[in-house]
Structures are given as C-alpha cells and as structure tokens.
Design a protein around this ligand. Structure first.
Ligand code: PMP
Length: 362
C-alpha cells in the first residue's frame, strides 16, 4: 500500500497512526521475530512477549523520563474504567477534588460521585467549556486533585498543570495529549491515558502510578480493579491486550526516533499554528471554540456560519480524503484532531481546503 492511498485522518480516536508503525506491524505480522507466529498468536508468558511489554515500558520511561518510584501499567477497560478505578483505589472514605473543564472531566466526576464523595474545585461549564479556570477552590485534605489535561471534545488544553495543595496527589487524564509533549511526571500521583489517540489501537490504557499511592488500595477490591495487584504483576495478572501493547511499543519507538517528546511537541506546535492561523485569518467565517490561552494542540473544534455549511464542509472534505471532520455528536460543528502521527501535509491539505471552501461559500 503506498502512502498515496492514505486518508488525511482527522479522527478523534481511534485515530491516525504513523505509517512506519503500520508497515512494521505488517512486515512482522506472519512471523514475529522468527517464531513463525504473529504477535497475536504467541503466549503472553513467552520470552518474546515479555520482551515486547518490557521494551514498551522502558521506552515510555525514556520518553516521559518516568522516575523509578512510579509503576507503569498497560490495562484494559479504556480511560473510562479509570474514572472508577481511581476513586476505588485512592479515595478511601475521604473526598476528592475535580477540576471540570469539559465533557470528559465532567464524566469522570459523575463516575466518582457514584462511589463516594467528590467536589468541584472549579468548573468552566457555565462559559461553555472554552477556557482553563482562573482559580481553584481546593480542599487541602482531598484524597487527590483530578483534572483532564486535554478535553478532546471541547479542544481545551492546560498549558501547564494545576498545582495541588501540598500532600494532595495530582491525578491527570492525559488520554488525548499523551506523549504529545514533555511533562514532569514527578508532579503527579497518577497519570492515565487510553492510547487510541496518540499511541496505538484502542484496547490499551496506560496508567502511571506513584509507588506510595499503591498502599491506599483497599484489600477487598476485585482483582482487575486493584492497582496494587496489577502493578505487582507487571500488567500480567491475566492475559493482557498483547497486540495493542505491541503496537503501543512500536509507537513509542517511533516517537524516540523522531527525537523524543520535545521534538514531537515542536511538530505539534507547528501543525496547530497553521490551523489556528487559518481560523484566525478567516475574518470570522471559521470560529474556534477555545479561547486562545486554552487552545488544544491536539483537537481543534470550530464552527462555520451555519449548520448547513458545517455539514457541507465535512461532506465535501471527505470527498477529498479529509476524513473525520464532523464535530462530536454532543456539541456539533467541526473538529479536526491533529495527533502526533498526523503529518504537516495533512494540515496543509486541510487549510488549503478551508480557504477554498470559504472562497466558494463565504
Ligand atoms: N478521556 C478523554 C480525554 C477522552 O478523550 C476519552 C475518549 N475519547 C476518554 C477519556 C474515554 O476513553 P475510552 O473510550 O478509552 O474509555
């Protein structure tokens, strides 16, 4: 398959993966490392798979510079299961604080409230989730402070992480900006990400937990919800999502080959700049959702003057192989997701199309 036949893929997740990664997976599909089997057909207890998962972990540790007092897990159940596992493992009988900046943090809060006490430390819902809160009302005794680094639907991304009160672990849903930029893991108690945006196929959730927090896991949790057991078994308590972990490992190697996350961030910044510039220079024909200081480098939702034009924009774009531009069903409009593996050529194709569409319909 040549690159010429690849779509310009703006899907929000599952999303575009690096062509080299797909090609490597294709080349290794029938005979993984001389086993005569695909990676899907070998035992998860084999030395070949043990190397796959260990290398994936080492490469992620390199990329994010993860300190040795943190465990890395490759779990199932999506980021959504973490909305419940977090309070189950970390909150005990206490209360947790949530910063609500969009649909995903709001969903996480609701899920945690089913299981005990959580409070809102800040919310931007009244303003339509288009900004980062200016201030927080923080509980100094909270079990943790939760936030979502990048709201995939509203296109709002924290430029830097919020600061939790001393002794309160910071917990972050980094699903849609995972490995898109460097971050200081030592500032966090827990980071988690469904990988199907920047790092692989759906079916794997990466969870990074500081060791001391594993002591909070109650002893009566079912084993598949229990951070401590899952961490101690190195994600191999039961059969893990082997193929997904293999793919995630290939993406980590690809990111390292690009030069690491500082380089990845530069490329992402360049791509986002091009797109936001096109929006800003459209004289109001295209209107971005997020306020400039909160703009996401990963998901760019915007509106056109009418819903009819939005529909035509997505439809005509699809004919030009610009795929996945329809906004999330809950908010409408247009959304371009521009993850790590999306090339600058795809952004160029999109911005050229935006200018042409405006000329024809503006
Ligand atoms: N958090 C964020 C920021 C997301 O974008 C998503 C999915 N789009 C989720 C959580 C839920 O992830 P999953 O579908 O893996 O459960």
């Amino acid at each position: 398959m040549s690159e010429l036949h690849r779509a310009h893929n703006f899907n929000a997740g599952p999303a575009v993966l690096p062509l080299e990664v797909l090609q490597q997976a294709q080349a290794e599909m029938l005979d993984f490392k001389g086993t005569g089997m695909s990676v899907m057909e070998i035992s998860h207890r084999s030395k070949e798979f043990e190397a796959v998962i260990a290398t994936a972990e080492t490469d992620l540790r390199d990329l994010l510079n993860i300190p040795s007092n943190y465990k890395v897990m490759f779990l199932q159940g999506g980021a959504t299961l973490q909305f419940a596992m977090l309070p189950m493992n970390l909150r005990s009988a206490g209360s947790a604080d949530y910063i609500v900046t969009g649909s995903w943090s709001k969903t996480a809060l609701k899920e945690s409230q089913k299981l005990g006490t959580s409070r809102i430390a800040a919310s931007t819902e009244k303003e339509g989730f288009n900004s980062i809160p200016a201030a927080y009302d923080l509980d100094p005794k909270a079990a943790y402070l939760y936030y979502c680094a990048n709201e995939t639907i509203h296109g709002v991304e924290f430029p830097t992480e919020p600061v939790a009160p001393s002794g309160v672990p910071l917990v972050c849903d980094t699903s849609s900006d995972f490995i898109s930029r460097p971050l200081d893991v030592s500032k966090y108690g827990v980071l988690f990400a469904g990988v199907q945006k920047n790092a692989g196929p759906s079916g794997v959730t990466v969870v990074i937990v500081r060791d001391d927090l594993l002591e909070r896991t109650p002893s009566n949790l079912p084993v598949m919800l229990d951070y401590k057991t899952l961490a101690e078994s190195k994600s191999l308590h039961n059969t893990p999502p082997c193929f997904g972990i293999y793919m995630v490992g290939l993406v980590f190697q690809w990111a390292k080959k690009l030069g690491g996350l500082a380089e990845v961030q530069k490329l992402n910044q360049q791509k986002a700049n091009l797109l936001y510039k096109t929006i800003d220079e459209s004289g109001g024909f295209y209107r971005g959702h997020a306020q400039p200081g909160a703009r996401s480098l990963m998901n760019v939702p915007f509106r056109l003057p009418t819903e009819e034009l939005e529909e035509a924009f997505a439809k005509e774009g699809a004919k030009k192989k610009l795929i996945g531009l329809k906004g999330h069903r809950s908010v409408g409009g247009i959304r371009a997701s521009i993850y790590n593996a999306l090339t600058i050529e795809s952004i160029q194709a999109l911005t050229d199309y935006m200018k042409e569409f405006q000329k024809n319909h503006g």
